[in-house]
Design a protein around this ligand. Structure first.
Ligand SMILES: O=C(O)c1cc(C(=O)O)oc(=O)c1
Length: 304
């Protein structure tokens, strides 16, 4: 099938620089995606965008280039609940990738078990309206109850303004919860203001809540972008990410978010995104937890 990319689509950055920051041995890129290729794994009819292709081979070449050992491949919304491209990436990873799926209530226990055997360890619930249509909460809660028995967790994607309304649902979930991209704070608001404080309270009061400190390129308003050798990119995001890492060093994960769906302004150089890490996890101990110990505990407990 032939797909036309969404107008204005920015393709992932080819030829990323070699990071100056050397990630610790065994580091995990805990948030990345594959797109298609569309000719092999068609994009879902219900998708809200049509991306460029981004194959598992290209993902694993990036992994090696950046010095990472493992990936967590998160089902992208452009594939809906058709997890084949993500699963194909897992089964061709030599055990070096785990996955997060999107499932419907109609998924069978046998299908869930088959996904588990391929390396899936969680499901993603998405509340960002530009990406997905609404799914009733009772349906999501039913799915959460079923995947809990497999030892999986729930990954949630939402925007900071929506946290008050989602709070009761999130805090009723029976599993570990992993928040995508720090709950998308508005970084033009103060780091100690009420909106971000609510997110900190969410993590403080609920020890089952983890956060990915990812996507500065999405959240930054003032930049400067991770391009042209910039070693101090996205300074406005730093206080938010740093506060989460310092307050909850054992419940944070980091990921590239490659191939960076839906960026409108610029496409970052992934090598420079890696150079952002020591600005948010400022000691070797924090870096080891963020990049190795935490993701290994969650995704490869049998190894760590
Ligand atoms: O902000 C986004 O546009 C976005 C989209 C997706 C997806 O379409 O799955 O995943 C992400 O992590 C971020």
């Amino acid at each position: 099938m032939e797909f036309q990319k969404t107008p204005g689509w920015l393709d992932w950055y080819s030829g990323p620089s070699a990071p100056r920051f050397k990630v610790p041995a065994g580091a995990v890129d805990a948030h990345c995606h594959v797109f298609g290729p569309g000719a092999e794994y068609p994009y879902a009819a219900e998708r809200k965008y049509t991306p460029c292709d981004a194959s598992r081979k290209q993902l694993y070449a990036l992994r090696d280039h950046l010095g990472f050992a493992r990936n967590v491949v998160v089902q992208a919304t452009c594939h809906g609940a058709d997890n084949r491209a993500m699963i194909d990436a897992l089964v061709h990873s030599d055990g070096r990738a785990r996955g997060i799926a999107t499932v419907k209530r109609s998924v069978s226990d046998a299908e869930l078990q088959a996904m588990h055997d391929c390396g899936v360890r969680g499901v993603r619930f998405n509340f960002v309206r530009r990406l997905v249509d609404f799914t009733p909460r009772d349906e999501l809660m039913e799915i959460a109850g079923r995947i809990a028995t497999l030892g999986w967790h729930v990954v949630i994607y939402f925007e900071a303004v929506d946290l008050p309304e989602l709070w009761d649902f999130f805090t009723a979930l029976p599993t570990t919860i992993v928040v995508d991209h720090m709950g998308r704070p508005d970084v033009t608001k103060p780091v100690n203001g009420p909106e971000f404080e609510l997110f900190m309270k969410f993590m403080r009061q609920h020890p089952n809540v983890w956060s990915k400190v990812s996507c500065p390129e999405r959240l930054s308003v003032a930049g400067p972008p991770a391009l042209n050798g910039e070693q101090n990119a996205y300074r406005d995001v730093l206080p938010f990410a740093r506060r989460i890492v310092e307050m909850f060093p054992d419940r944070v994960l980091w990921g590239t978010d490659w191939p960076h769906p839906n960026l409108k302004d610029h496409m970052p150089d992934d090598g420079l995104l890696v150079d952002f890490i020591p600005h948010i996890a400022t000691t070797p101990e924090l870096q080891q937890k963020l990049l190795v110990d935490n993701p290994m505990r969650l995704y490869w407990p049998e190894v760590s």
